[in-house]
Write a protein of this length. Structure first.
Length: 359
């Protein structure tokens, strides 16, 4: 095994992005194959939680940032270029993944010695290849469902309803969880070919959102199936969620000035909101129009929202979701039933999405 070749064609030293230095084409030209690995370079150990406000200062300042900085050894992604004769067993390939990880991920995240990385997922890139075909047939439920019952704000509502968003040269972003201002409003102004479909369930937030001729703002939530459900309001309205907050997380974060409002109820009663699967939005797009970027910020429901795209998920080129890098069912996960980072990245890998970077 030519280790220098493996390292040269695999993820690069101290690169924050998986795809910047990995070279799939060069790997294939060398007669090797590219392997996608998800690893955790050790266990997750939080700092002790303060029992009183006085103790929180002793533990390092007491802010939410101080708390999060103590969570070490996060999940990392690697693309490994390996000879086809290498790694005939999962154990051998796991050892290779640990070896590459120790020499390529940033120093402060490296395992203490060769072979200490915990390999969570290991698949050849070829087995994760996604289809670019738009020939997937709509299901009966998707055809019968539509956005007619959803209130739409801003200037692009007519184009969305009449399926007249142009296809040629168009860059479309879908922003689920836009709050009072989509993150892509400035991006819209850069080119007349830029379009945004934003989704926000809170009527109050929608009423404050700016309008734009190439923006359609849908007043609804996104979930697994069409329904009407409760939106639980938070004291910090960016944390409104379809999920209940976890009592154990509220207790853990009671002295964090940053997180406490997020996990505190803003109203004694939730409000009813319309819910549609992501498939309904994607099915309403003109045939052949893909989504350049899907951004989801839905307070614990992110994975369910992505999966709700069903067969239309093949239209999405790149996506961003919010995750918490904690073990499965950890008491500090903010919302009941919320998946952890390991679960999210493994489920998304099954859909053909590889973890490129964490911010």
């Amino acid at each position: 095994l030519d280790i220098r070749t493996v390292l040269a064609l695999s993820s690069g030293l101290d690169s924050p992005r998986m795809s910047d230095s990995a070279r799939p084409l060069a790997c294939e030209a060398a007669g090797f194959w590219m392997v996608y690995a998800i690893i955790r370079t050790g266990s997750v150990e939080p700092m002790p939680l303060a029992a009183t406000k006085a103790e929180k200062n002793v533990l390092g300042g007491g802010g939410h940032t101080d708390f999060l900085q103590q969570w070490g050894n996060p999940v990392q992604s690697l693309l490994i270029c390996a000879p086809r004769t290498c790694g005939e067993t999962n154990a051998e390939m796991a050892q290779l993944a640990a070896f590459v990880a120790e020499r390529t991920v940033p120093a402060y995240l490296r395992p203490g010695r060769l072979g200490t990385a915990n390999v969570l997922l290991l698949r050849t890139l070829l087995s994760l290849t996604r289809t670019d075909s738009f020939s997937v047939q709509e299901t009966k439920d998707t055809r019968e469902d539509n956005l007619h019952s959803v209130t739409c704000h801003s200037g692009a509502c007519g184009a969305l309803e009449k399926v007249t968003i142009p296809i040629k040269h168009t860059s479309l972003i879908v922003d689920v969880g836009a709050h009072t201002r989509t993150s892509f409003l400035d991006w819209l102004n850069l080119s007349e070919t830029h379009w945004v479909i934003a989704v926000e369930p809170s009527p109050t937030s929608c009423s404050k959102h700016p309008v734009h001729p190439r923006l359609a703002l849908l007043e609804m939530a996104v979930g697994k199936e069409a329904s009407e459900t409760d939106l639980h309001l938070s004291a910090f309205d960016q944390c409104n969620s379809l999920l209940h907050t976890a009592e154990s997380a509220r207790a853990a974060m009671q002295f964090s000035d940053t997180v406490r409002p997020c996990l505190t109820a803003g109203s004694p009663a939730p409000i009813k909101v319309h819910v549609k699967p992501l498939a309904t939005i994607l099915a309403a797009l003109p045939d052949g129009l893909e989504v350049a970027f899907l951004k989801v910020d839905a307070q614990g429901s992110d994975l369910n929202i992505v999966i709700s795209a069903g067969p239309f998920l093949h239209r999405v080129r790149l996506l961003q979701v919010e995750v918490h890098d904690l073990p499965k069912d950890h008491p500090h996960l903010p919302y009941r039933g919320q998946p952890c980072k390991e679960e999210v990245i493994q489920d998304l890998a099954k859909q053909g999405f590889l973890l490129e970077a964490c911010r």
